[in-house]
Ligand binder design. Structure first.
Ligand code: NAI
Ligand code: MG
Length: 356
């Protein structure tokens, strides 16, 4: 179990230290190796994704990633900016499936803008296809409009497309994830209007034949957006394309109201993955020791579950997080009157202690 530890910049190193501490007390034989990435990569080696870091990520079985994007690097040209590191890693490692759980622990129900009874206990998983769709389809650009009422005027255009194998592999990820959870998949599309997503619906339906233990339903994306804010708890696993997934996963994240709590995973075809908190490098609070490390700790739990098949250890970490929340410990981002405010390190130590 070789793990590439890439803390990054901003709050990255602070939150990563807590996740490493948690991994170290599980009693497993992890081979953890750390490398610079993002702003830290640029500062030490002149590039956000130095060759040695990429080589380590490729040779590891999983990557645990902190965050990148400190604004002190904002003046650099685009190819040297910290954010290029994460885009480069996704591409180089072939990470096509983005898994974003949206979980709202009952203790934090007050953090959501929605009524507690609508969101309390929410536990859904959004799976977004990450390397296809209109984001990468060609041709694209700005041209002279070839026909219609605006013929001869300028127009911007992109191409929405999904190849059958791309749909098949993301559908397998969704059905297999559902087998480890509530056994239900909702495939989100726009089959009523888009050829690409009628094809998507047909292929997902076909892949479903291999998973008789899973219940599948199809939903149009506009309805899915409504249902996510009306009755989000009725979903288990949602699977969708790159564009719809980008929007729906951010919407689902905000149902929980606490960006510091949400982990994520990006997987390739062999379940090798990159695991990272859903939030960024939070430069406004970096170096102050107050960032919430729980999203990173929960990302480590996802790594154990999805890349290493260590379900029990993943459950142990998730239960330890529930325990510290039940004890009333809160970092600033989830603080409410009547709870105990703690810093990054204290929170990490509390999780270690709760692991027993
Ligand atoms: P952000 O997620 O870094 O911060 C948004 C707000 O949430 C800030 O007020 C921040 O203090 C707070 N916050 C975030 N994580 C927190 C935590 N663990 N504990 C407590 N508070 C937390 O998003 P923002 O400000 O839009 O972006 C900052 C930088 O991060 C940018 O350079 C952006 O490009 C980058 N970024 C990097 C990502 C990555 O590494 N995968 C993802 C998203 C943004
Ligand atoms: Mg987004």
């Amino acid at each position: 179990m070789k793990i590439a530890i890439l803390p990054g910049d901003g709050i990255g190193p602070e939150i990563m230290a807590q996740a490493v501490k948690v991994l170290n007390v599980l009693g497993e034989q992890f081979d953890m190796e750390t490398a610079d990435v993002g702003g830290a990569g640029y500062a030490a080696h002149g590039h956000p994704l130095p060759p040695a870091t990429l080589a380590l990520a490729k040779s590891a079985d999983a990557v645990l990633f902190g965050a990148v994007g400190d604004f002190k690097y904002d003046s650099l040209e685009r190819s040297l900016r910290p954010e290029q590191a994460i885009l480069g890693l996704r591409k180089e490692l072939g990470l096509f499936a983005n898994l974003r759980p949206a979980i709202l622990y009952p203790e934090l129900a007050g953090a959501s803008t929605l009524k507690p009874e609508v969101v309390s206990g929410l536990d859904i998983l959004i799976i977004r296809e990450l390397t296809g769709d209109v984001y990468f389809g060609k041709p694209r650009g700005v041209r002279e409009c070839p026909d219609g009422p605006f013929k001869g005027e300028r127009e911007g255009f992109d191409t929405m497309r999904y190849a059958e194998p791309e749909i098949r592999r993301i559908a397998h990820v969704a059905f297999q994830a559902a087998q480890k959870r509530g056994k239900r998949v909702t495939s989100v599309d726009k089959a009523n209007v888009l050829e690409t997503f009628q094809f998507w619906r047909d292929i997902v339906t076909d892949v479903h034949k291999e998973y008789p233990d899973i219940e599948l339903d199809h939903m149009y994306v506009d309805n899915a957006a409504m249902q996510l804010v009306r009755a989000p708890k009725k979903f288990d696993v949602m699977v969708t394309g790159n564009l719809f997934g980008d929007i729906l996963s951010d919407c689902a994240a905000m149902l929980t109201g606490s960006i510091g709590m949400l982990p994520s995973a990006s997987l390739d075809a062999s379940n090798k993955g990159l695991y990272e908190p859903s939030h960024g490098s939070a430069p406004d609070i970096a170096g102050k020791g107050i960032a919430n490390p729980l999203a990173t700790i929960l990302s480590a739990a996802m790594m154990l579950r999805f890349s290493f098949g260590k379900t029990e250890q993943a459950d142990r970490i998730e239960n330890a997080v529930k325990k510290v929340l039940a004890q009333g410990l809160r970092t600033g981002d989830i603080f409410e009157a009547g709870t105990t405010r703690v810093g990054t390190e204290e929170m990490g130590n509390a999780v270690v202690k709760a692991l027993g």
